[in-house]
Ligand binder design. Structure first.
Ligand code: UTP
Length: 289
């Protein structure tokens, strides 16, 4: 079965970004000139996804409006002859009916947020994208690569990368064996282990393709690390029944839920824009360390 649906959990509190995230979802923060959620939605469509499922909490309105028509703005742009901007705005609105919203009433954790989409996804494999993990790749976007891997392995797969040994307590960490140059087979995983307890420095980042069997484990709603219902724990359960693979993507990942990661993403993605690159590099040269 093809991967046609993607779940975007956007109901986290985003406490690391307060006060910016007081009335607005963290996923609406802007990198260069687009909210980070737009990058992730574009990545999903590029990978062949046909239905977007947002699990929202607060800040739902700005997110909904962003992916909706804005007649007032469109009329103004049209009357001013700004057709490039007009088309750009029109292009970012997905076809009617491709976006579905559901609500996570309490931010009980990532695993719980995904579980909120169970009836919308149903009995088919689906993708999960955490928009605050932005990944700059030299080639195809990560999810498109993962869909191809899923078609080969017909099993759940998560994007993985090596992290500094002292950073393991920020990630789901794997015990895994190498299968191919960019594929590992996961043996076990643990959420946010202290460096001395971590089975490796291979961490899961925010791109997943999951088989529907995961619903059995997410449905148990057991609180794990930090008192939250963790996706990692459900995947650990899934491992007892089905294989799960890790895809070692090529590229740089930015944690946009973190202030430093977010600024780095802004710089890296700005430097990709020819009209900004020169001016930014000139400015960086003037900064004294
Ligand atoms: P984070 O671990 O970054 O948590 O969530 P957070 O609450 O958003 O941010 P901080 O740590 O308080 O600053 C990872 C992803 O899971 C979603 C978030 O929106 C983010 O995309 N999430 C997390 C939910 O949708 N619901 C939750 O209960 C927790």
């Amino acid at each position: 079965m093809r991967v046609k649906k993607a779940v975007f959990p956007v109901a986290g509190l985003g406490t690391r970004f307060l006060p910016a995230t007081k009335a607005m979802a963290k996923e609406m923060l802007t990198v260069v000139d687009k909210p980070i959620i737009q990058y992730a939605v574009e990545e999903a469509f590029d990978a062949g996804i046909e239905q977007i499922i947002f699990v929202t909490g607060r800040g739902k309105k700005a997110l909904e409006d962003h992916f909706d028509r804005s007649y007032e703005l469109e009329t103004t742009l049209k009357s001013k002859g700004k057709t490039d901007l007009l088309h750009m705005l029109q292009d970012l609105v997905p076809r009617t009916g491709t976006i579905v919203y559901t609500r996570q009433h309490d931010p009980l954790g990532l695993g719980h947020a995904i579980w909120c989409a169970r009836d919308i996804v149903g009995d088919e494999p689906f993708a999960v994208l955490l928009a605050d993990d932005m990944i700059q790749t030299p080639g195809k976007p990560v999810l498109a690569e993962m869909v191809e891997k899923f078609d080969r392995f017909r099993a759940s797969i998560a994007a993985v990368m090596e992290v500094e040994k002292d950073q393991t307590d920020k990630y789901g960490i794997l015990d895994a064996v190498s299968l191919e140059e960019d594929i590992v087979k996961i043996k076990d995983m643990v959420e946010k282990p202290d460096p001395e307890d971590a089975p490796s420095n291979l961490a899961i980042v925010g791109r997943y393709i999951l088989t529907p069997k995961i619903w059995d484990y997410l449905g148990r709603k057991q609180a794990g690390a930090g008192g939250e219902i963790q996706l990692t724990d459900a995947m650990k359960g899934l491992l007892t029944e089905q294989p799960i693979f890790g895809y070692k993507f090529k590229g740089t990942r930015f944690d946009c839920g973190d202030k430093v990661g977010f600024q780095m993403a802004n710089l890296a993605f700005s430097l990709e824009r020819p009209e900004m690159r020169g001016k930014l590099l000139d400015f960086i040269k003037t900064i004294k360390s």
